[in-house]
Design a protein around this ligand. Structure first.
Ligand SMILES: [Zn+2]
Length: 208
C-alpha cells in the first residue's frame, strides 16, 4: 500500500496522531476479517456522508442525518441545530467542495472498528438572521474537520459486486462503476455502506 493517503505532514492541532505504520497495520488486520473494506470506496462513501450531513446542517435538518450517526453524536448535532434555531439563525454553507479526504487514525474501541477521516473542505459559512440579513464573513473559506466512522467489529463492510455483474439493487447492466448509473445505488451486496459504518464523532480542526 502506498503512503500517499496517510499523510506524514499532519499539520498543527491536534498534536497527537497515530503513526502511519500503525494505522496501516490496523487496516491490514481489519481487512483480513472484513474483505469488503477497500480504501477508495470507504473514503468516497465517508465523503458522501460528510457532504450530506453538511447539507442537512445548512437546512437545520437534524432528523435527516440521524440514520448515519451514532446516538451520542446525533444528540450533540441536534443540540447545535436547536441552538441555531433558538437564535433565529440559519447557517448557509454554499459551494461545498471537498478538497481532500484522508485517513488519520484507525483503532478498536469498545468492540468497534474506528477510522478517523480528515476532510479539507471549502465553502461559504455565514449565517442569516431572522431579518434575512447575512451575519459574518460570506467569502468562501477552507476548513478542516475530522470525523470518526465506526462499525461493529463483527460487522462486514458490504462488498462491491464484480465489474460486469448486474446491479444488485435494480438489476441494471454492470459497467464496473462504484455506483449504478441507472439507479444511483452503490453496487454492493447486501446492506449499504451507511447501514454498517456510522459517524461517531466530529471535530473541527480549523474554523470555517
Ligand atoms: Zn441499479
Amino acid at each position: 500500500m502506498s503512503d500517499d493517503w496517510v499523510t506524514e505532514d499532519r499539520g498543527a492541532p491536534p498534536s497527537e496522531y497515530q503513526p502511519g505504520a500503525e494505522i496501516e497495520e490496523y487496516l491490514d488486520a481489519m481487512r483480513l476479517r472484513d474483505p469488503g473494506w477497500e480504501l477508495g470506496p470507504f473514503l468516497r462513501e465517508a465523503q458522501g456522508v460528510f457532504e450530506d450531513v453538511t447539507a442537512n446542517w445548512s437546512k437545520l435538518d437534524a432528523d435527516a442525518s440521524r440514520p448515519w450517526m451514532l446516538d451520542e453524536l446525533w444528540d450533540a448535532h441536534r443540540e447545535g441545530i436547536d441552538a441555531m434555531r433558538n437564535d433565529d439563525m440559519r447557517p448557509v454553507v454554499e459551494h461545498l467542495a471537498v478538497l481532500d479526504a484522508r485517513i488519520t487514525g484507525a483503532w478498536l474501541e469498545d468492540g468497534w472498528d474506528c477510522i478517523l477521516v480528515r476532510f479539507t473542505a471549502r465553502s461559504t459559512d455565514y449565517k442569516v438572521n431572522r431579518m434575512g440579513l447575512k451575519v459574518g464573513d460570506h467569502k468562501e473559506k477552507t476548513w478542516l474537520e475530522e470525523w470518526t466512522f465506526g462499525k461493529e467489529e463483527s460487522d462486514l463492510t458490504p462488498a462491491s459486486v464484480p465489474p460486469g455483474a448486474p446491479c444488485p439493487n435494480c438489476g441494471g447492466p454492470g459497467d464496473g462503476g462504484v455506483r449504478c448509473r441507472y439507479c444511483g445505488q452503490l453496487r454492493t451486496d447486501g446492506r449499504g455502506f451507511r447501514d454498517v459504518w456510522k459517524a461517531a464523532s466530529i471535530e473541527e480542526l480549523q474554523d470555517r
